[in-house]
Design a protein around this ligand. Structure first.
Ligand code: E4P
Length: 217
């Protein structure tokens, strides 16, 4: 499973990239607002750090606006993926971008049928938001399992990009469900390396090594 980092914070992306933990990046209007940066500038900077796919979301809700904005965004760098909302108009825009060879990420997916429509529109990625389903006491991971089954039934090429991932357990569950990608906040990605028994074991090894009085170098 690929890891995309779900942020528009360039220093977070750089740090994770240095650890080799970034296969791509997703941004959305809320993350851009949080960064306090100019959208096109920050996305261009991210594309210089990361060679993998970088999702940049249109703000328009009408067809012509989505096409105009998506066209501008797609020209920022070759690894830009145009992110479009899962509405009928967003799906129409998705088809248009697909026909031009522009990569697309259809976002704000909350049901298997929405994911089916995105695949039929030829989306490169579908972004089901599992954390927001959990927030309203529905089973977000089950949505990923259902989409996996449907896509496999019909050999759809659209990649499942599990989004709104909030916890280490979410990461494990979507990996078990066969998600192609998970987009995850930087702190959660770093947290995946942690285990209390790793810390305890290392502490003991350090203590025992010191007691030998030896040096490897
Ligand atoms: C990424 O593409 C999504 O916009 C993001 O994962 C949403 O996460 P949130 O529900 O935590 O805001």
């Amino acid at each position: 499973m690929k890891f995309f980092v779900d942020t528009a914070n360039v220093s977070e992306i750089q740090e994770l990239s240095d650890y080799g933990l970034v296969d791509g990046v997703t941004t959305n209007p809320s993350l851009i607002a949080k960064s306090g940066r100019n959208f096109k500038e920050v996305v261009a900077e991210i594309c210089k750090i990361v060679s993998g796919p970088v999702s940049a979301e249109v703000a328009a809700l009408d067809y012509d606006g989505m096409i105009a904005e998506g066209t501008v965004l797609s020209k920022i760098a070759p690894n830009i993926v145009v992110k479009l909302p899962l509405t009928l108009i967003g799906l129409k825009a998705c088809r248009a971008f697909v026909s031009q060879g522009v990569k697309t990420n259809v976002t704000l997916c909350f049901s298997p049928n929405q994911a089916l429509l995105a695949a039929k529109a030829g989306a490169t990625y579908i972004s089901p938001f599992l954390g927001r389903l959990d927030d309203i006491h529905l089973d977000g991971v089950q949505l990923i399992r259902d989409i996996r089954k449907i896509y496999d039934n019909y050999q759809f090429k659209t990649q499942i990009l599990s989004a709104s991932v909030r916890t280490a357990n979410h990461v494990k569950e979507v990996a078990l469900a066969g998600s192609d990608v998970a987009t995850v906040p930087a702190a959660v990605i770093k947290g995946l390396a942690n285990h209390v028994l790793t810390d305890r074991g290392l502490e003991q090894f350090v203590k025992d090594w010191k007691s030998t009085g030896q040096s490897i170098l």
